[in-house]
Design a protein around this ligand. Structure first.
Ligand SMILES: *Cc1c(COP(=O)(O)O)cnc(C)c1O
Length: 373
């Protein structure tokens, strides 16, 4: 054993390392394409319309100040988000993407012998951060149709469970749980457990479908809500998201974060994006129309998929990794799902109407060749 492995925390030695995808330029080069021109990247649930134009403006202005450290208190952004969500400023903690908040939650609440509860086909990051703290993961099977089985999740909680993660809508299934189901869940779950609602796609839900998660936080219940600027605001590359938690919980998260965990460009952009209601509306429309397009066309072709409330679609194509490879050769990049235990599926992010059309044509072509069967 090399000295580093011998010296490392044993549970870290056994972690599987996250395999990031290759840069799109490199994929293009390997496939013999002269540029990334014409490649539809539909793999990471990004906003097909790009960043909020208001955020772009704010970033250009902020660029000249990049020799300064950022405002570690996120003063103006905190004020703006607190106002927009009608929550106490002391409830807000910002991070480098909401992923950082998932990690901070693990730092505060997890450790050896403790556990999280999550759905077996929910966002993988939860189990990764738990494992990094030498905590266990209790993965509860989803119901038919890939929805969270909240009753079974409440049942699965043990005296050692500290966090229950509910991604709503969930990635990669695109399914949501109803406000009534959440209400029932919170009544059942024991009070030594914090329920974390990961709401990365919540802006895409209709008002009536949106859970009252922020009300639970305002009431001081053991609930944390995670939001992000990566999806409908179109700022995934900047890395900014936040937690909304009862103030005593937020105070604990502040203790374990780095003083300058959110960069100055991200603070400026997020503040501007928050006010860019037009961009959010345009994004919602493009996503809805794109989802309707795929659902209609896939139905006509007899290709099964999971109806989605988010900006992507889980599609049962047969062997997903083969389909992913074949689509790549057609200049369409999707995400194979074997890492989620779904080897027969790919996840397709909704793109622009042109990208969606290109993806559908490519999918028809490769499936008719028998790829995946
Ligand atoms: C995309 C996504 C996020 C957002 O992650 P960031 O770190 O904010 O970019 C969080 N949770 C889920 C389920 C997601 O799909």
């Amino acid at each position: 054993m090399n000295p580093f492995d011998r010296l490392a925390n044993p549970w870290v030695r056994h972690l599987a390392s996250y395999e990031p995808g290759k840069p799109i330029e490199e994929v293009a080069r390997e496939l013999g394409f002269s540029s990334v021109e014409g490649i539809a990247k539909l793999a990471s649930n990004e906003n097909p319309l790009g960043p909020s134009p208001r955020a772009l403006d704010a970033m250009r202005k902020a660029a000249a100040e990049m020799h300064r450290y950022p405002d570690g208190s996120a003063f103006y952004l905190t004020r703006a988000v607190a106002k927009a969500l009608a929550v106490d400023e002391r409830s807000l903690v910002f991070g480098a993407g909401s992923n950082e908040l998932i990690e901070l939650l693990a730092h505060v609440f997890l450790g050896p012998g403790l556990s999280i509860v999550m759905a077996d086909r929910a966002f993988v990051v939860y189990r990764l951060v738990a494992a990094a703290q030498n905590a266990g993961t209790i993965a509860v099977p989803m119901r038919d149709g890939f929805t969270h089985d909240l009753a079974a999740m409440a049942e699965a909680v043990t005296p050692k469970t500290r966090l229950v993660f509910i991604a709503n809508p969930n990635n990669p299934t695109g399914t949501a749980v109803s406000p009534a189901e959440i209400e029932a869940f919170l009544k059942r779950v024991p009070d030594h457990v914090i329920t974390v609602f990961d709401e990365a796609y919540v802006e895409l839900l209709d008002e009536s479908e949106r859970p009252e998660s922020l009300r639970y936080v305002r009431e001081g219940r053991p609930v944390v809500v995670l939001r992000t600027f990566s999806k409908v605001y179109g700022l995934a590359g900047l890395r900014i998201g936040y937690a909304v938690a009862p103030p005593p919980c937020a105070a604990l998260l502040h203790r374990v974060r780095q003083p300058f965990n959110v960069n100055a460009m991200a603070l400026a952009a997020a503040e501007a994006a928050l006010e860019d209601h037009a961009h959010v509306e345009r994004t919602r429309r493009v996503v809805r129309e794109g989802l309707a397009f795929f659902e209609r066309e896939l139905k006509a072709l007899g290709i099964p998929f999971v109806p989605s409330k988010a900006n992507f679609l889980l599609v049962r194509t047969g062997r997903g990794r083969e389909v992913f490879q074949a689509l790549q050769a057609e200049k369409v990049i999707v995400r194979p799902m074997d890492g989620y235990g779904l080897p027969d599926y790919v996840r397709i992010t909704i793109g622009t109407p042109e990208e969606n059309q290109q993806c559908l044509e490519a999918l028809k072509k490769v499936l008719s060749r028998g790829v995946g069967a």
